[in-house]
Write a protein that binds this ligand. Structure first.
Ligand code: HEM
Length: 502
């Protein structure tokens, strides 16, 4: 009998599957789990709550365990939630790592995801370029300004009658064209093929990340080969390489020709050229382009949409914003000084960010067992986030549900140095914290302010009736702009924009 069983391949298969299931079982949560329910044997309710109601789970968790860590069950694991009081501690701990987190959660290292691999490469080349060249660079303002003018004209049109925007495409299109002018340069920044490729890549990449999360951790390196979004990323990456290599070979030819003819060679001022000129840059230029697009376009477009919704829902802010924009542009021209001095617009943007922030921020992977200040241990391999629900708490912000465009301006005027859009503080970690704080936030702020300056001066804007309440939706640990909202615009008869934005 035993001999018969031992020679039956099905028995060995069953043993192998059972052993794999045991070895690969999710580790036990090291802290109390907040979304465990009696009778929920297959975690159906737990995972639904984690997907739809993470904010309530976190609030409930801290009501039960004030200022103490707890865990939330998610597909194939747990997330540990730390109280906001530990934000500075998290920021300072090198064992709590962002790069490993990106490998685990955003799949840097998978084929087709080279954008993410390059962005988080140990040489930190792309980050350095963003910080040193892209941030607040006056020399890129004329190109950014021209691109925004053209993109908004093309996408929002000249009609002086109210018309509905093709909301998603028209907002991402504006951001993609503005950013591309500084990333890829003049040849491709308004080329429909390239713009569609980068936007397609960004959407496919985030789609693929979502798809992969539905599969057990151990299987993701295999299933990515069969998932449509991941396959699309691989295809688009190959196409991007062909297009960018062609641009570079034409640039080289133009320089050679100018030299032969004794003329001044063309000068380029974009990320493509910065990388080419820098002997330290070891990455494929197309992968860097996709890396910049992936980091910049989705995040900035989402922020752009939320700010537009908030401005449309608060018409009382429009005239003061227009006055400020005109005044700063006429004093400083189209420069970083002008956008930096648009302090009411800055306050409106930060208020939009406060009310659309995710409920937990600064996600990190634990590289080795790490003791919390109270002695309890964060186990190696676990993932944690820091609570950010206080951004909607009346203890921190009076009338927290109200959109108050002047909120952060008043704080700034009262001397609070952390109240500007790009500033991070232990209370406001929406751009992250510590070594991995978003290096693109200065570029994003500048680009958004210039885009909004064009829009405020050139268009009236309103929230289409009956199209949702404008409040963001929750999707797992993310907050996304309410997809039901629709926005209408009409071109102003006499916008006078040319005078200020020339
Ligand atoms: C409003 C727009 C943006 C938002 C809300 C945003 C948000 C974030 C957040 C939350 C992080 C993680 C920080 C952490 O965990 O400590 C991050 C990282 C990053 N962001 Fe942004 N970002 C935006 C725009 C941009 C832009 C325009 C760029 C590039 C031009 C960019 C490049 C990056 C890079 C390279 C990282 C990784 C930093 C690292 O690993 O050290 N971001 N961003």
């Amino acid at each position: 009998m035993i001999v018969d069983l031992a020679s039956d391949i099905r028995v060995w298969l069953a043993v192998a599957v059972a052993s794999a299931a045991y070895l690969l079982r999710p580790s036990k949560a090291p802290f109390p789990v907040i979304n465990e329910y009696p009778g929920d044997y297959f975690n159906k309710r737990a995972l639904k709550e984690a997907q739809d109601n993470v904010r309530s789970l976190i609030e409930h968790g801290f009501a039960r365990y004030p200022d103490k860590p707890f865990a939330i069950k998610v597909p194939y694991g747990y997330k540990i939630i730390l109280p906001a009081s530990l934000a500075n501690w998290v920021k300072s701990k090198r064992e709590l790592d962002h790069v490993q987190l990106v490998r685990d959660e955003y799949f840097a290292g998978l084929p087709g995801f080279e954008s993410q691999t390059v962005l988080h490469h140990p040489d930190e080349y792309v980050k350095r370029m963003i910080t040193t060249k892209l941030g607040q660079n006056d020399s890129t303002m004329p190109a950014l300004n021209t691109a925004l003018a053209a993109a908004i004209d093309d996408l929002w049109g000249p009609s002086q009658d109210w018309h509905m925007l093709n909301w998603h495409a028209d907002t991402m299109g504006i951001i993609a064209r503005a950013a591309s002018t500084v990333f890829v340069g003049p040849e491709k920044s308004s080329d429909p093929e390239w713009l569609s490729l980068v936007q397609d890549y960004v959407l496919s990449y985030f789609g693929a990340v979502g798809d992969l999360h539905k599969y057990p951790v151990w299987s993701r390196r295999i299933v990515n080969w069969f998932l449509p979004n991941a396959s699309r990323c691989r295809r688009l990456q190959v196409q991007a390489r062909v297009i960018i290599e062609d641009v570079l070979s034409k640039r080289r030819a133009a320089v050679n020709k100018a030299q032969v003819e004794g003329k001044q060679p063309p000068v380029y001022n974009d990320a493509l050229e910065w990388g080419q000129k820098d002997p330290e840059c070891k990455h494929h230029p197309a992968d860097m382009q996709l890396a910049l697009a992936m980091a910049a376009m989705f995040t900035t477009s989402e922020m752009f949409r939320q700010i537009l919704i908030d401005v449309a829902r608060h018409p009382e802010l429009v005239q003061p914003l227009r006055d400020e924009v005109k005044q700063k542009l006429s004093t400083h021209g189209v420069t970083v000084a002008a956008t930096s001095n648009m302090v009411l617009l800055d306050s409106v943007m930060k208020e939009s960010q406060r009310l659309s922030a995710p409920p937990a921020v600064v996600e990190r992977a634990v590289l080795k067992d790490t003791a919390l200040p109270d002695g309890r241990v964060l186990p190696h391999g676990s993932h944690l986030l820091v609570d950010a629900t206080h951004l909607g708490s009346k203890d921190v912000y009076p009338d927290p549900e109200e959109f108050d465009g002047y909120r952060f301006l008043h704080k700034r005027e009262a001397g609070d140095k952390s109240s500007s859009f790009v500033q991070s503080s232990p209370d406001f970690l929406v751009f992250g914290a510590g070594r991995h704080i978003c290096p693109g936030r200065f570029f994003a702020a500048n680009e958004l302010k210039l885009a909004l300056a064009h829009i405020l001066l050139k268009y009236d804007i309103r929230h289409a009736e009956g199209s949702g309440d404008g409040k963001p939706w929750s999707s797992g640990f993310f907050a996304v702009v309410n997809p039901l909202v629709k926005v209408e615009v009409k071109r102003r008869a006499d916008d006078g924009a040319a005078e200020f934005l020339a």
